[in-house]
Write a protein that binds this ligand. Structure first.
Ligand code: CP
Length: 306
């Protein structure tokens, strides 16, 4: 049973805890499919999103999940908060405690910021992405989407291609998928692979054609264009030529392979538009599943507080 105050990453979760979240998310997804848009799971609870970095999907998804489950919500961004006046993260958190907040959802550019906050507040803290470290609810919704398609994660061949070095999505997926028995291969130019990546229990490749052969899941990750300026690869056109996922590369995978991407996607860089919008793509389904997964996480953490 997941008996935690906070959700900070998948590295520390047991397989059973991940399965518990996925099972709860399946219940939430059924409610959404029945057009239920208001439940009482979090009635009387207060949820605050505290985003120090931009977001389209994660923030909107958490806000939708909190509202559907009956919580009251408030939204703080770095630009509109008293951080601009010099307030520390811990002081911000203590003030949110004083405002009777039950759950703080934080995104921060510094790895470990959610962990620091969690140690210093009474509220439950959910990591919505910290630096290059983890993005646990993204990986949970990715794994949930895979499980919906294949029933089980065990033995699935999952290829993650793109900016592995700077990706919190890659790290959370590797931790989570390995715990559930998938075979994960990461593929990228050498300069976009972190040195210690094999120690996380995945296969490493610089050849996307070989990596994709027979894959059940191909997950593209955003090429962070700011990296190009720092000389880690010559050009996005060159990246696309050697690592981009196109119809010809996709044909090397299993015919039922899922094409996934956490977004935001750079069309014609990580993938062609034909692949992004093609029959194998579940990119928008991932986004919908994100609401169900976040409803589940909020429900479990709020339940632990009762
Ligand atoms: N996948 C993801 O984290 O997207 P956002 O940056 O839009 O939240």
């Amino acid at each position: 049973m997941l008996k935690r105050k906070d959700l900070l990453g998948l590295k520390d979760l047991a397989a059973e805890e991940i399965e518990e979240i996925l099972a709860r998310a399946a219940e939430m997804r059924k409610l959404l499919e029945k057009n239920v848009r208001k439940t009482e799971h979090l009635q009387g609870k207060s949820v605050v999103t505290l985003f120090y970095e931009n977001s389209t999907r994660t923030r909107t998804s958490f806000e939708a999940a909190a509202k559907i489950t009956g919580a009251t919500t408030a939204s703080i961004s770095a630009q509109s908060s008293s951080v601009t006046k010099g307030e520390t993260l811990i002081d911000t958190g203590r003030n949110l405690d004083a405002l009777l907040t039950d759950v703080i959802i934080i995104r921060h550019s510094m790895s470990g910021a959610p962990h620091l906050l969690a140690k210093n507040v009474k509220a439950s803290v959910i990591n919505a992405g910290d630096g290059m470290n983890e993005h646990p609810t993204q990986a949970l919704l990715d794994i949930f989407t895979m499980k919906n398609a294949f029933n089980s994660i065990k033995g699935l061949k999952v290829v993650i291609a793109g900016d592995i070095k700077y990706s919190r999505v890659a790290r959370s997926n590797i931790w989570g998928l390995n715990k559930l028995g998938a075979e994960v291969t990461v593929v990228a130019p050498k300069t976009l692979l972190p040195q210690d990546i094999e120690s996380m229990g995945c296969t490493v490749s610089c050849n996307i054609d070989k990596a994709i052969e027979g894959a059940n899941v191909i997950m593209g990750l955003r090429i962070q264009l700011e990296r190009q300026q720092s000389g880690l690869f010559p050009s996005v056109a060159e990246y696309h030529k050697y690592f981009g996922i196109n119809d010809s590369r996709l044909s090397l995978a299993d015919s039922n392979a899922l094409v996934m991407h956490p977004g935001p996607v750079n069309r014609r860089v990580e993938m062609t538009s034909g692949v992004i919008d093609g029959d194998n793509s579940v990119i928008l389904e991932q986004v919908t599943n994100g609401v169900a997964v976040r409803m589940a996480v909020l429900d479990i953490l709020a339940g632990n507080r009762r």
